[in-house]
Design a binder for this molecule. Structure first.
Ligand SMILES: Cc1cc2nc3c(=O)[nH]c(=O)nc-3n(C[C@H](O)[C@H](O)[C@H](O)COP(=O)(O)O)c2cc1C
Length: 209
């Protein structure tokens, strides 16, 4: 089997599709959907969103230098799509979707109450890349929903059923395959975890026999 070539474009999938809440200086707020978002630095915590300048929301972000990234879930899939196809120029997406505005702690932009995690962001740089302008922002506060903590006070994002976006389609995440570092973690008997194939036939269990 060979490989076919697509013209150069973006096929870095799956990615999160997030709802971005924004506001102008008069306090008018809006929500729009972004898939070109990414984590870029742990310390200081920074992320990027890439936005076309023609979006109604673009000027609002420029005006205040603030936005909130609201993570999405299976339950929020419909609203996420809606906020990505309708413009705040023509309609009030808060009203249309029934999503609830809640005050943020460090920015003047409201966050979406129904979202399990809200990342309050302040813009530090704008790079005019081409079709999209990339907002590099510092995460100045993280708001997480009480509902997803267990009795030991551990937060379980998986309980919120996060949603992914891949090549034009929305998905739930499906079953858990492992945890960070599980490929090298020792089992209780002191053995290295050899239960799973790596995908490379040289390392697969079958070949080790
Ligand atoms: C799944 C999905 C992902 C999107 N990703 C982006 C994106 O990364 N950047 C962008 O500028 N627009 C993106 N859009 C389009 C905007 O969300 C859309 O144009 C929206 O209507 C803009 O709203 P506004 O005019 O109220 O700002 C996406 C839309 C969808 C449905």
């Amino acid at each position: 089997m060979g490989k076919r070539q697509f013209k150069p474009g973006n096929m870095l999938y799956p990615v999160p599709a997030v709802m971005i809440s924004v506001a102008d200086k008069e306090g008018n707020s809006n929500i729009f959907t972004v898939a070109w978002a990414g984590t870029v630095c742990t310390n200081p915590p920074m992320l990027t969103i890439s936005v076309r300048p023609e979006r109604h929301s673009y000027q609002m972000i420029k005006e205040t230098g603030e936005f909130v990234v609201n993570l999405t879930t299976e339950e929020l899939a419909f609203a996420t799509d809606y906020c990505g196809v309708k413009s705040g120029r023509d309609t009030d997406k808060w009203k249309d979707t029934g999503l609830t505005k809640a005050p943020a702690s460090k920015v003047s932009v409201p966050l979406i109450q129904e979202s399990p995690v809200n990342l309050e962001c302040k813009v530090v740089r704008i790079d005019e890349l081409g079709s999209h302008h990339m907002f590099l922002a510092e995460v100045v506060a993280v708001d997480v929903d009480d509902a997803y903590f267990d009795e030991k006070d551990t937060f379980h994002l998986s309980k919120a059923k996060p949603m992914a976006y891949s090549h034009g389609r929305y998905y739930g995440l499906g079953e858990q395959l492992g945890t960070f570092g599980y490929s090298v973690r020792k089992t209780t008997g002191g053995q290295k975890n050899n239960n799973k194939k790596t995908g490379n036939s040289k390392h697969s269990r079958k070949d080790k026999k």
